[in-house]
Design a protein around this ligand. Structure first.
Ligand SMILES: [Zn+2]
Length: 144
């Protein structure tokens, strides 16, 4: 694979050089007609170096928000965080919405947690593994 890319780059460099040399002389660039690798459509080369389209994940700043499960007690600044409405202290869903962290308890109460931030979220979350059009779909995916 890498050898082919290198060969192709060498070929392209040689071809450019050749074309520059031949442009002024109005010669037919014969090198371009040597079929030493399969023809590809313009732009296709770059595409092939990436994951298939349906496996790609958009950059985080293009997403409305991120969410993850947090099954154990959530300790914020040395204290176990409890839901202010029902007192639940575990089985959270943690949302990162822009720069804000929201916590959702098992009963569905959602509260802003200003002591946590995007950096905390990024330190504690794994890689993105799914995308959802709605929060409800995301919650279902998380088993909530
Ligand atoms: Zn609650």
């Amino acid at each position: 694979m890498f050898r082919r890319i290198r060969e192709r780059r060498n070929h392209q460099a040689a071809q450019r050089e050749y074309e520059e040399l031949t442009q002024t002389a109005h010669l037919v660039p014969a090198l371009a007609e040597i079929p030493d690798f399969p023809e590809t459509a313009p732009g296709q080369d770059a595409e092939q170096d990436f994951l298939p389209r349906d496996l790609r994940v958009p950059p985080r700043d293009k997403l409305a928000g991120l969410m993850m499960r947090w099954d154990g007690p959530l300790v914020v600044e040395g204290e176990v965080h409890a839901c202010p409405e029902c007192g639940a202290y575990r089985d959270w869903v943690v949302f990162l919405m822009r720069e804000s962290i929201w916590l959702r308890c098992p009963a569905g109460h959602e509260t802003l947690e200003p002591r946590l931030d995007a950096a905390w979220y990024n330190r504690n979350s794994g890689p993105l593994n799914s995308l959802h059009d709605t929060v409800q779909d995301g919650l279902k995916h998380l088993g909530r």
